[in-house]
Write a protein that binds this ligand. Sequence first.
Ligand SMILES: Cc1cc2nc3c(=O)[nH]c(=O)nc-3n(C[C@H](O)[C@H](O)[C@H](O)COP(=O)(O)OP(=O)(O)OC[C@H]3O[C@@H](n4cnc5c(N)ncnc54)[C@H](O)[C@@H]3O)c2cc1C
Length: 359
Amino acid sequence: MAAAPTLTDLLVIGGGPAGLSAATMFARTLRPGVLYDSGVYRNAPAKESHTIPGFDGADPAAYRSKAAADLARYTNIEVRKGKIVNLVRDDKGFTATDADGRVTTARKVVLATGVKDNLPPIPGLAAQWGRRALHCIFCHGTETANARMGFLLTPPAEGKVPNAVIVGMILSVWAAIPYPAKYLFTHGMDTSTEQGAKDAGIWGLEDVLSMRGFTVVNDKIERIEDTGDSLSVEFGSREAVPVANLLVVPDSSEPNGDAKAWLTEGLLGGAIGFGGALPPIGPDAPPAAMPPRGGVDPRTPTPGLFWAGNAGSPACNVAMAASHGQVAAAVAAHEIGSEDVATAKVVIPKMHAAMGRRH
Ligand SMILES: Cc1cc2nc3c(=O)[nH]c(=O)nc-3n(C[C@H](O)[C@H](O)[C@H](O)COP(=O)(O)OP(=O)(O)OC[C@H]3O[C@@H](n4cnc5c(N)ncnc54)[C@H](O)[C@@H]3O)c2cc1C
């Protein structure tokens, strides 16, 4: 039998950096809150994470454990391991149902549900994700120095990051890392033709790439083999190329599979955007009740529904996700308190009138 429904002020869906941070921020108000965590974290394949102040080089799970332990000190926030399977908005606020049928009614909701990455469908690649197949210099780049490096480009398609952007990034932020050899794999795009070079995003950059020591390999990749201490990039048309690491930008990302079904346009007040991002509130919206100066606007078009972390900003890292969580919780807390003041301004005169008192 499902537990009795819970009434709470804030429901945070997601127990990654964004959700844990939102719940901790809200905990400080001593208002009641509930956090749900279904345990599907984007950086789970990585054994080390970087750029998190105080946790640089630590296992991503260590950061989450510490944040969860800190949150557990606040008894006004209930943390539940479980999956929300439905979320609807009604005139009371939001009603969420978990996989066990347990219902939670909340005045405000923070969606910190994250995203899922869809990798290029090259056999053997998925097994390397977060290990030797790396997407981000800030997360993993430093550790790739002084070993053979590959950079993967795949044919353009709708919803993908343009190759020109990826090549621009390779030539800018990756430029200072020393490699004994570096390969640009274009996975079948023939960069000897204008169209192929444009598709691969290297048009006009051929000389720069050559001077910087890149070898461009146009052959289509058949599979990626793990050879123990490195990767072998295998082709049907030429000999394999060994590399220690491979930069791979996902073909796309989309909302976390645990949330995708109920993140509907009706609930969100807009469509899911590039990279699986929840719709932001429009530029014409009135300012948030407590706009954090210089910070992001955590509102979605649906009143009372906020985003934090990758759910609304798919490219953000852990520290940024944590900061979004704080902003969302602060604005939610301010909205709740302000609504209570507005209600009191209506209710108190009525009470006084009923008691025959004048103002
Ligand atoms: C391989 C890899 C390595 C990375 N390395 C780094 C790094 O070194 N440094 C860095 O700063 N960033 C790194 N990142 C980025 C990092 O993963 C994200 O910035 C971070 O995970 C975003 O946090 P989040 O809380 O938004 O989402 P997530 O961490 O993905 O958390 C999402 C949460 O939502 C929950 N959830 C979703 N749906 C439901 C539901 N229906 N019910 C209940 N719970 C639900 C999930 O279970 C999970 O708890 C890396 C990413 C990848 C892919």
